[in-house]
Design a binder for this molecule. Structure first.
Ligand SMILES: Nc1ncnc2c1ncn2[C@@H]1O[C@H](COP(=O)(O)OP(=O)(O)O)[C@@H](O)[C@H]1O
Ligand SMILES: [Mg+2]
Length: 338
């Protein structure tokens, strides 16, 4: 594994603004000659080496950075782990924890997903991104088997889940922790009862064991159990509610975590906290995660691979670094605000 390997993804490395000098906003005015010689409006001592590199690099990129991106792509290709199986190949891929294979799904005759294939190997975080309405939440519902594809297969740990009975599907679902859009807590229940809920539903633990676990999970998400356990969700901030939602999702020690827009509606600081928490789950517990998000900054920090949905299909699948290096106009526009 090299330092550039996304699975050891150092947020610094995954940050395209750092790894790809061509990511400077192309719409920004070109630096003036005086800026590139260091005689800018800012004292020279304020410029970091990175700033100076960008300043001197910018005028030499008349092609809008295409050559730089191509060079990065070649470097990444040399590094590429060719052992990774292809989700489109028939049958469950060896070692895949979650796999969608040629999945088609429509509602009322309207196609939403048209031949979707991707997979997550153990410990990977796959970010599913795309504009609103492209089928991201639907994809999570397929993995939870709340929906069944019209055609194609969904495998969880190599087992096709489309044909499972209701009870078998419940069993599969129990291996998964789901963090819903919004926090989706039970408003009339205390934080303690919210986190204890899946334990009461799915285990025969004594109260003592339930409390031990509730405390452990709240501490994991950096909440003080003694403070928050008796509180109602309405007494908490949005970020704290989101953390309780994560504590509840991990109560049963799931091996798979699914997140639907875990940072939407949160301020940047809280977004950073939640992003770090998802990384912590990935690194310390080795869970396999699918994260639906349109927050590209947090996606680039946590994703092993990004799947971009566009017009019913996967327009792009690759590492954040590969995505940043892509010449695809739509991808560049999609990342534009970043
Ligand atoms: N149960 C449903 N019945 C009919 N249409 C649905 C249903 N669920 C989702 N859709 C439609 O499918 C499309 C994708 O929805 P969704 O997966 O929620 O998008 P995203 O999460 O990417 O914003 C949307 O056009 C939505 O209106
Ligand atoms: Mg959605």
């Amino acid at each position: 594994m090299s330092a550039g390997d996304p699975r050891v993804s150092d947020p610094q490395l995954a940050d395209p603004a750092r790894s790809d000098p061509s990511q400077a906003d192309p719409r920004a005015p070109a630096p003036t000659p005086s800026a590139s010689t260091g005689a800018s409006a800012f004292p020279a001592s304020d410029a970091t080496p990175g700033d100076r590199a960008r300043e001197s690099a910018a005028p030499t990129l008349p092609d809008g950075g295409r050559r730089v991106r191509a060079a990065i792509r070649r470097a990444l290709a040399d590094d590429r782990d060719d052992e990774r199986p292809d989700a489109a190949d028939p049958g469950p891929a060896e070692g895949a924890v979650i796999e969608l294979e040629h999945v088609h799904l429509g509602f009322d005759g309207r196609t939403i997903l048209d031949d979707i294939s991707f997979l997550a190997m153990k410990g990977e975080t796959i970010a599913v991104v795309g504009e609103s309405g492209t089928g991201k939440s639907t994809t999570l519902k397929l993995i939870l088997r709340l929906l069944v594809p019209d055609r194609g297969c969904v495998y969880v740990h190599g087992r096709e889940i489309g044909g499972l009975s209701f009870e078998e599907a419940l069993e599969v679902r129990q291996q998964m922790g789901m963090v819903f859009q919004g926090a989706a807590l039970f408003d009339s229940m205390s934080v303690y009862e919210n986190v204890a809920y899946p334990l009461r539903e799915h285990t025969d633990y004594e109260e003592e064991e339930i409390e031990r676990r509730v405390r452990e999970k709240l501490a994991f998400v950096d909440l003080d159990p003694d403070v928050v356990m008796p509180q109602l969700p309405s007494a908490l901030s949005g970020g704290m509610r989101k953390r309780v939602g994560i504590a509840r999702a991990i109560a049963n020690d799931p091996r798979i975590m699914l997140y639907d827009e875990p940072t939407s509606g949160l301020d940047p600081l809280t977004t950073g906290t939640i992003t770090r928490l998802i990384l912590k789950l990935q690194r310390e517990l080795g869970v396999t995660s699918i994260v639906v998000s349109h927050d590209i900054r947090s996606v680039f920090r946590m994703a092993s691979y990004v799947a971009l949905l566009y017009e019913k299909q996967i327009r792009f699948f690759g590492t954040p670094e590969e995505m940043a290096a892509s010449d695809d106009r739509y991808i560049q526009d999609f990342l534009g605000g970043f």
